[in-house]
Design a protein around this ligand. Structure first.
Ligand code: GLN
Length: 500
């Protein structure tokens, strides 16, 4: 019944031309008042996705399935049954999150046409709370990259300026929210892959503390860094989705044993309007040579305004800044070389059948053809840093840096509620500009990898606009497991200090 072509969908369902989405709470209100239905909202988004196909944000759109689900949810609501916390909320997911009976490929040739046989925990939780999964989104292969250009599906375009990248690796999920193709989306963040594209696209992107959200069913890149994150248009929606997907999980031993937490933002009671925060500013980060002058100025202007309004700002020396990118790339490539060894052509996806005289040539040919250039570069780098004779010089050293960072961060949060720094040193790169220089691309991760090395929760807030026309964000980090302070402080900043 739902096998209609895109152009007839709107007509068939008589969708209101004025449908617009502000936040989940408002959407729920309109559903309750009968001003809109889940089917109408779904049709609206399906139409928009079809109109913006050239952005290449989606790998697959679950058209008929999401309409069927929307219809089921409308009926459920009309029967006055209890509805879920994300009733009818339209969500897109990154192509690294397993959804039973749906294709999941990590944008890699090696998982071509691979169908997931189970639901990741996040998907199970979203569905339990009545969400509608509308499709899965493009990304860099195995979440390795900063531009969304390393994908078998081709690049995703930044909807604000199509000559620029949307960032990566969760570029498709970011554009899905930026271009209004869903209400919220999920990405994954190992070294900035949610915060950096959020910065480039002018939206909100949060990476919770390591261990807050189960990684069960998230295709691994670097297991001690990976964390699922949320893209949204506002802080309230991020808090709502986080409430549903956090919590302990028997399928992930690295996830916190804490029960599912709620994040009631106290702006409703007025606390966050009057509360004075103690804020740390990483001096060496804002003074770093790689930082665009205008981004630097905007951050100093913001700290001056915060000071004037009675918040405490302390500039902190952070001498480890130049060690964090090397430490991140040593540790993550080491973990990746181990995680990705499972793609051998026997158990998953692509297998090379021709001219394989023995098992070793079968492995070699499968992996050489199946993986893209950047993934192969990282597997080789990771294998090298783990190899005998080099292990102590690279892997152990990087672990030591990680420990120093964790200790220093603990000290900072003894005296502060939040830490602020840029999200990225520049605004969105020109398409293709980073392809020939992987080192330059790695160095641009200077501000985001810190939170993954320390496991702290971090968010990018779209507070600023550059004179080159592109948006850029402020990154806020809070103490481990203190997502509530992170969200409240962010909400206060978004309400009072947005500059455009
Ligand atoms: N740009 C970083 C990298 O390429 C971030 C990746 C991520 O967070 N998944 O490793």
């Amino acid at each position: 019944m739902f096998a209609l072509c895109d152009c007839t969908l709107a007509f068939f369902y008589k969708i209101p031309f004025l449908f617009s989405f502000t936040n989940i709470e408002e959407y729920h209100k309109r559903l309750g008042e009968g001003k809109i239905t889940c089917v109408e909202a779904t049709v609206y988004y399906l139409e928009k996705i079809a109109e913006t196909k050239h952005l290449n944000a989606f790998v697959e759109v679950y058209r008929s399935e999401s309409l069927e689900r929307a219809k089921y949810l409308d009926e459920k609501r009309n029967r006055y049954e209890t509805v879920g916390k994300l009733h009818g909320v339209i969500i897109a997911i990154k192509d690294v999150i397993c959804y039973k009976d749906h294709k999941v490929t990590a944008a890699s040739g090696i998982l071509e046409n691979f169908i997931s046989v189970f639901n990741s925990t996040v998907i199970a939780e979203l569905l339990k709370e009545d969400a509608i999964i509308i499709g899965n989104c493009n990304c860099d292969e195995f979440a390795m990259g900063s531009t969304n250009e390393n994908s078998i599906y081709g690049r995703t375009l930044n909807a604000l300026d199509e000559t620029k990248v949307p960032g990566g690796s969760s570029g498709g999920s970011a554009v899905a929210v930026q271009a209004g193709l869903c209400m919220v989306s999920l990405g994954s963040d190992t070294g900035g892959s949610v915060r950096q594209p959020a910065d480039f696209c002018g939206i909100t992107g949060i990476k919770p503390s390591y261990g807050v959200i189960s990684r069960h069913g998230l295709i691994a890149y670097a297991s001690s860094f990976d964390q699922i994150g949320i893209f949204s248009n506002n802080i309230e929606d991020a808090a709502k989705v986080l409430e549903v997907i956090n919590g302990s999980d028997i399928y992930d031993s690295t996830v916190s044993q804490q029960k599912q937490r709620a994040f009631p933002l106290s702006y409703k009671t007025g606390k966050s309007r009057t509360h004075k925060y103690r804020i740390a500013l990483l001096k060496n980060a804002v003074e770093h040579d790689s930082l665009d002058k205008e981004i630097k100025k905007n951050i100093y202007d913001l700290t001056n305004s915060l000071k004037k309004d009675g918040h405490e700002i302390n500039e902190i020396d952070f001498n480890l800044i130049d060690f964090i990118v090397p430490a991140y790339y040593v540790l993550t490539t080491a973990e990746a070389s181990s995680n990705l060894s499972r793609y051998d052509g026997v158990r998953y996806g692509y297998r090379h059948e021709d001219n394989c005289i023995d098992l070793s040539s079968f492995y070699k040919k499968t992996r050489s053809k199946g993986f893209g250039k950047e993934v192969k570069r990282r597997i080789m780098l990771g294998t090298f840093v783990l190899s005998e004779g080099y292990y102590d010089a690279y892997f152990t050293k990087a672990q030591q840096i990680r420990r120093l960072l964790v200790n220093q961060t603990k000290e900072i949060f003894k005296k502060h509620d939040a830490l602020i720094l840029p999200t990225v040193p520049t605004t969105a790169f020109k398409t293709g500009s980073m392809q020939k220089d992987p080192i330059a691309m790695y160095l641009a991760d200077i501000y985001t990898v810190y939170a993954n090395l320390t496991g702290t929760p971090a968010i990018s807030l779209p507070l600023f606009k550059h004179t080159n026309g592109m948006p850029f964000g402020l990154q806020v980090i809070a103490n481990n497991y203190d997502e509530l302070t992170l969200l409240e402080f962010s909400h206060m900043l978004m309400n009072n200090y947005k500059t455009y």
